[in-house]
Design a protein around this ligand. Structure first.
Ligand code: PLP
Length: 409
């Protein structure tokens, strides 16, 4: 009885926690794991491409050769050295000791948010963005200022410049220059340069989320923001999409003043990251298979992207728009009708067993009404499943388009 009263929901929750809700992504994780569902909803890599055999050899060799492998311990220097090498391929010169290991990119962003935000601080974010960023900052209750994103060049730097010149002083800017989630745009060079200049001129730190930075398909990768403004950019990387998300290994390369505080906030959060997975990843990287693995991932994902695009042209209504992404694992589809894609999703799950995420899942605060937008993931399904799922979705779309009252054309 007493316990019921205490947990009745009336008592004790912090202000931010009483307003917090499950994201569409969490709900979708359950819905799309039901048997028979073809899911284009989540940002899952292809499970059959995980380097499971090589990783299991690496894990075995560690467990069997070192009795400290299951002990609390410092983050492995060897893995940091490998990441410093990988950062070179992203144009960033850093030493192993400047690499800070985290439990995925998500933890990197949470830790950085805690270090950068004071009560009442504001953050500059794109109006359609990765919902995990809001989750990383929401307990700090910042003022969120939104900026539009061009599907061609990326974040609208002119809008940022205008705000900064008007005297807005955000505590941070959150940016995703490569394989933007959900818009899929890869920020062009001029936008990167301008954003880096603004960060330096107005002394605003940027969190550069590069979760998809190694998954580029048709171009030589453009410079990272970290390369362009090293003193103002906190680079956040991850092995989730390029090795395996269950390992929970990410990293941050931050300017010195921030880097010095990261171990302190991380210790308060989880004492010690899973060093076993980190050490096994270091041994796997020692074996030299990773560059070949990355090349294979890019080839496979490029083929799936091209196939999904082509399948959309065959099965979706005329007038559907979708840019070809240069990097990442998603397509951003704009239907020719102004319909509520949340309603479309309900029908699609019910009648076709196909899942996707509606555009509405990616905006914060203001609601997108009848956007006619959806995000489709192409990395997780085989070519056959892509064809089957897009065909089924196309037939739901045609009947939805005919019946829906909300269609305005
Ligand atoms: C843009 C973006 N950033 C960060 C993450 C979180 O990645 P991690 O698994 O490394 O925490 C994701 C996951 O989907 C993502 O899409």
């Amino acid at each position: 009885m007493v316990v019921d009263q205490v947990f009745s929901g009336e008592v004790g929750l912090a202000h931010w926690a009483s307003n917090t809700r499950e994201t569409a992504i969490q709900g979708m994780l359950r819905a799309s794991s039901s048997p028979g569902v073809i899911s284009f909803a989540l940002g899952l890599p292809a499970p059959e491409l995980f380097p499971a055999v090589q990783y299991s050899h690496a894990m075995n060799s560690i467990l069997l050769s070192d009795c400290h492998s299951l002990q609390y311990g410092p983050p492995p220097e060897k893995l940091k050295a490998h990441i410093a090498q990988l950062m070179k391929t992203r144009g960033v010169e850093c030493k192993a000791e400047e690499v800070f290991l985290t439990a995925g990119a998500q933890q990197g962003m949470s830790l950085l948010a805690r270090l950068l935000l004071d009560p009442g601080s504001s953050v500059l974010v794109e109006d359609l963005t990765y919902p995990g960023f809001y989750q990383a900052v929401e307990s700090l209750e910042p003022r969120v200022l939104t900026i539009q994103t061009s599907p061609v060049s990326g974040i609208q730097v002119d809008e940022i410049e205008r705000l900064l010149k008007q005297g807005t002083k955000p505590a941070l800017i959150y940016a995703m220059p490569n394989g933007h989630n959900p818009i899929t745009v890869t920020m062009d060079l001029a936008t990167r340069q301008r954003l880096a200049e603004l960060a330096q001129e107005f002394r605003v730190p940027i969190i550069e989320d590069d979760a998809y930075g190694f998954l580029y398909y048709d171009h030589h990768p453009l410079p990272t923001l970290k390369q362009l403004a090293p003193e103002w950019v906190c680079y956040v990387g991850s092995f989730s999409k390029i090795m395996a998300p269950a390992l929970r290994i990410g990293w941050v390369v931050a300017p010195r003043a921030i880097a010095g505080k990261l171990p302190i906030v991380k210790e308060a959060t989880d004492i010690n990251t899973g060093t076993l997975a980190q050490r096994a990843a270091a041994v796997y990287l020692d074996q030299g298979h990773f560059p070949g693995h990355l090349t294979n991932l890019r080839q496979q994902y490029r083929a799936r992207r091209d196939f999904m695009l082509e399948s959309i042209t065959r099965h979706f209504p005329a007038g559907t728009q979708c840019e070809k992404p240069l990097s990442g694992i998603f397509l951003w589809v704009r239907l020719p009708w102004k319909i509520d894609t949340r309603e479309l999703l309900r029908r699609s799950l019910r009648e076709a067993n196909v899942a996707f995420l509606p555009g509405e899942a990616f905006c914060h605060g203001k609601v997108l009404h009848n956007s006619g937008c959806m995000r489709l993931n192409y990395s997780n399904c085989s070519i056959e499943k892509i064809e089957d799922g897009i065909r089924r979705l196309g037939s739901i779309l045609r009947s939805f388009g005919r019946c829906s009252d909300t269609v305005t054309n």
